[in-house]
Design a protein around this ligand. Structure first.
Ligand code: ADE
Length: 248
């Protein structure tokens, strides 16, 4: 995957891709992350990227010309390219969306919105996906762009250590992850659940599934509702959920 990030703050990205799995993926050539200064796609003497909104309002809007020029220059004709605008007005980013990008595209141009917004002609004519990372407003699309690069890179082939590493991720199963423990087995008088020390793999798998259900029911009942609507739970699991809900 080739990522091309368009921003008016290129220095924002010094550091975040230099650690751990993303750094290794870059070194191994599985991803390329290029940072582009939007100002370098202006043609005027003062490198102006924004202007006041038509109709009047506070703040500034990113102008269309530098963005159109940048996307035209960066788009690689031989790649499958997604042009993504990071904006709180977008569709909310989900694990399924990360998978869609990881599997179907070889280039992603990520436009980091700023100020009060981006001229709507950009979204209408050159952007393929408007994406938000959640229902809150940040000062710009730089941090959301980092979130996409991270979430998508770890799903690319051979980026994670073992082929199954991403399969049991929270959300991939429709459930949150089960709780994990490591040594020591007893810490300050708090013990690790005994079953995890038993070596009985089938029982451990059963326990993990149950605990994933329990955690999801508590933290994200909306995910449980979605699984029920898709008939993705066993009859026994449905019964357990009903009982647990009645207890609480
Ligand atoms: N820009 C500002 N807030 C944002 C958000 N929540 N998601 C994506 N881009 C943004």
């Amino acid at each position: 995957m080739r990522f091309d990030l368009l921003t008016i703050f290129p220095e924002f990205f010094v550091g975040p891709f230099e650690f751990g799995i993303i750094r290794r993926a870059k070194q191994q050539g599985q991803v390329e992350v290029n940072i582009h200064d939007l100002r370098s796609f202006t043609t005027d003497k003062h490198h102006i990227v924004d202007d006041r909104p038509f109709g009047g309002d506070d703040g500034m809007v990113l102008k269309p010309e530098p963005l159109f020029r940048a996307v035209e220059a960066l788009r690689k004709p031989d790649e499958q390219t997604a042009v993504v605008l990071l904006t709180p007005q977008g569709r909310v980013f989900q694990q399924s969306e990360a998978q869609r990008f990881a599997h179907n595209f070889t280039q992603m141009i990520l436009i980091c919105g700023r100020y009060e917004g981006v001229d709507e002609r950009v979204a209408q004519h050159i952007v393929t996906d408007e994406i938000s990372i959640g229902d809150y407003v940040l000062t710009g699309g730089e941090i959301p762009a980092m979130v996409l690069v991270d979430a998508i890179t770890r799903l690319l082939p051979n980026v994670l250590g073992s082929a199954t590493s991403a399969v049991n991720d929270s959300f991939s199963t429709g459930l949150l992850d089960f709780p994990q423990y490591t040594r020591p087995a007893s810490f300050n008088g708090i013990d690790v659940p005994e079953i995890l020390l038993s070596g009985h793999h089938a029982n451990i798998a059963k326990w993990r599934r149950r605990e994933a259900l329990r955690k999801t029911l508590k933290m994200r009942p909306d995910l449980i509702q979605a699984l029920l609507a898709r008939a993705a739970l066993t009859a026994e699991e449905q019964r357990w959920i009903e009982e647990t809900q009645q207890e609480n």
